[in-house]
Design a protein around this ligand. Structure first.
Ligand code: ADP
Ligand code: TRP
Length: 330
């Protein structure tokens, strides 16, 4: 059986981009793979220094996974911080990671660029956690002999870096001690668009939270940015944010039928938004109900994560023991 692994940082409320890009495909994969899904809390620390916020978001992301159907008896479900072998592997991998590779990481480069544009020192506000973020992520992945990593396309570069680091380790010791992971993403869910037509992201404040109330969901859908075409004009589904979100929640028949209405003309943006609201609300209502129940019992969620983390530590300890022998620190 292949191994699937993914993590979500506990920063900001989970949104439907996280759902279609990471949670849903991961749960689909869990049907045929050994799955390891976790809360990447040490990744969150780079950006968030508020302990209450990290605690709260950890529970919310965990409840989101469970509400979407993650079965902790089948999926290894844990908190990164409770699997300290991750950090030992990170130190090992540091010795195989060229500094130049980190210089090319998108998130780091974007910060440097922004600093230069505003006349600041190029590394202003960049901590070593942000700079070495891809090495920690490689450790998460390589620790569990991962085959597949279900993520949105924004994470592809990190997976490629994990491949490079693993290859450099394997090359040095002459054997595939570290499994080479592959990113998994479906074409249409690579990047879900947000309210303003850019990638839906907490960082842009353009998200539709997964568990927004019905009223809030309606308001957000009505806020999606559209162009100024008149009702009569035929509309292009392929360049429309409403349609881009719709197709991820509707059946193929519903998608086809809305596509025809776009092309035929005579449909207002308001009507298209109503259609989107209806499929979204139908899809999200049962999830929202389960989520609200789960989040009211935080001790149960903590217990589930602790149990999963204990099992994860056992697996991880075996891997680290093997790697210590390989590198000669046994
Ligand atoms: P954000 O960009 O909102 O901060 P995260 O970086 O926490 O989201 O992403 C968690 C997971 O959700 C990652 O696998 C990421 O690729 C996926 N993801 C986030 N936003 C989107 C999106 N708009 N479309 C598809 N997948 C997404
Ligand atoms: N970097 C990922 C994100 O920002 C989160 C993450 C951390 C992750 N470790 C991982 C994803 C390992 C997949 C595998 O979304």
């Amino acid at each position: 059986m292949k191994v699937a692994l993914t993590g979500i940082k506990p920063t900001g409320v989970p949104h439907i981009g996280n759902y279609v890009g990471a949670i849903r495909p991961a749960l689909e994969l869990a049907k045929t793979c050994k799955a390891r899904y976790f809360i990447a809390d040490y990744h969150a620390l780079n950006a968030c220094k508020d302990p209450e916020e990290i605690r709260k978001m950890t529970l919310e992301i965990a409840a989101a996974w469970l509400a979407c159907g993650l079965n902790p008896e089948k999926v290894l479900f844990y908190k990164q911080s409770l699997v300290p072998q991750t950090f030992e592997l990170m130190v090992i991998l540091m010795a195989f990671t060229p500094k130049g590779l980190m210089n090319r990481a998108h998130a780091y480069k974007a910060m440097v660029q922004a600093n230069l544009e505003s006349g600041k020192d190029s590394d202003d506000g960049v901590n070593m956690g942000l700079y070495t973020y891809p090495v920690l992520m490689a450790a998460d992945i390589l620790l569990f002999d991962t085959d597949y990593v279900p993520v949105g396309s924004d994470q592809f570069q990190h997976i490629e870096m994990a491949q490079d680091i693993a290859q450099s380790f394997n090359y040095n010791y002459g054997k595939e001690y570290l499994k080479i992971p592959q990113a998994i993403a479906r074409e249409e869910t690579k990047t879900l668009l947000g309210l303003d037509g850019r990638k839906m992201s907490k960082s842009y404040g353009n998200t539709i939270p997964m568990f927004a109330s019905e009223e809030e969901l309606y308001k957000l859908v009505m806020r999606i940015k559209t162009n100024s075409q008149t009702v009569e004009e035929p509309k292009d589904p392929e360049t429309c944010t409403i349609f881009a979100i719709y197709r991820n929640f509707a059946t193929p028949d519903q998608t086809e039928s809305l596509r025809r209405r776009y092309l035929a003309g005579g449909m207002s943006w308001k009507e298209a938004k109503e259609e989107l609201f209806n499929v979204l609300n139908a899809h999200l209502t049962p999830l929202r109900e389960r989520y609200n129940e789960l989040i009211s019992q935080p001790d149960d969620i903590k217990r589930i994560l602790e149990e999963g983390s204990a099992r994860a530590r056992e697996l991880a300890a075996k891997k680290i023991k093997e790697l210590r022998q390989v590198i000669g620190v046994d």
